[in-house]
Ligand binder design. Structure first.
Ligand SMILES: Nc1ncnc2c1ncn2[C@@H]1O[C@H](COP(=O)(O)OP(=O)(O)OP(=O)(O)O)[C@@H](O)[C@H]1O
Length: 250
């Protein structure tokens, strides 16, 4: 097996906080896996992804991406990974094409190569006819798809997605998931967070259920369902393990 991400006893406490958002978290992710990080609000999923993407520092613990650390190889890692954040990272008054040209240029892409890639992805994701319209005129589902393209123009080997299908209709969701499956089939390792448990059950090759910063259990969706007596789907596993009370994170 080819380990692409190795996490060892990661802890994160935000400045001024009196609790850890990530606690003693260890996990190994293999090439071409689709790993779902599933957990209630405030469980620590975004914090974990932000650490792995080099956006924030862990308080303690170590991790490597393809054997590399940010301390020594930040630039190489930047080229290996793609990030699709929860919040739209798009400029509303620019067109879809202008936004994507800007994001591509951040990775050193330019000219015909960049233009062709933008056209290819806009076509696959059903947006080519909206290429020259301003983002502010787009629906939520269209913005999510542009946000996704912005994160993958440089063909990352490892893709991090924070709730890529939140707030979109079923058509946009299906287009996004089909597209991600195709990227994965070609070799991309995917780490994603979601609150759609049925989607995660179908989409992920492995799932880690996270609560209060810790991994409760991880394994294939089938393994998780078999591990909890009486559970027939991931939602039942999730509710059994994380409880049914509301979680409101600040
Ligand atoms: N910048 C920050 N400063 C202080 N505390 C933070 C910060 N970001 C997150 N937290 C806290 O860390 C904990 C984990 O938050 P995080 O956003 O990682 O959870 P999450 O699992 O992604 O939640 P959600 O499903 O709601 O997106 C929460 O208690 C949150 O309030």
């Amino acid at each position: 097996m080819n380990t692409v991400i190795q996490i060892h006893e990661l802890f994160k406490k935000y400045k001024g906080a009196d609790f850890f958002s990530v606690k003693e978290l260890s996990l190994a992710i293999q090439q071409q896996e689709i790993v779902g990080l599933i957990g209630p609000n405030g469980a620590g999923k975004t914090t974990l992804i932000s650490i792995l993407c080099g956006l924030i520092h862990p308080t303690s613990g170590t991790f490597t991406i393809k054997g590399l650390t940010y301390t020594d190889h930040a630039l190489q890692i930047k080229n290996l990974i793609g990030i699709v954040p929860q919040e739209y990272a798009l400029y509303p008054t620019l067109t879809a094409r202008e936004n994507l040209t800007y994001f591509g240029s951040l990775y050193g892409l330019k000219g015909k190569n960049l233009k062709n890639k933008i056209n290819e992805y806009l076509t696959i994701l059903g947006l080519i006819h909206f290429a020259d319209k301003r983002i502010e005129t787009f629906s939520g589902g269209m913005k999510r798809r542009i946000n996704l393209i912005a994160g993958i123009l440089h063909d990352p080997e490892i893709l991090f997605l924070d709730e890529p299908t939140v707030g979109v209709d079923v058509q946009s969701k299906n287009v996004i998931i089909d597209f991600l499956n195709e990227l994965n089939r070609k070799g991309t390792t995917i780490i994603y967070t979601s609150h759609h448990l049925a989607e995660a059950e179908d989409f992920c090759t492995r799932i880690a259920i996270i609560d209060e910063g810790r991994i409760f259990i991880e394994g294939t969706p089938e393994f998780l369902i078999q591990s909890v007596a009486g559970a027939t789907n991931l939602e039942e596993v999730f509710l059994t393990l994380t409880g049914k009370k509301l979680r409101d994170a600040l």
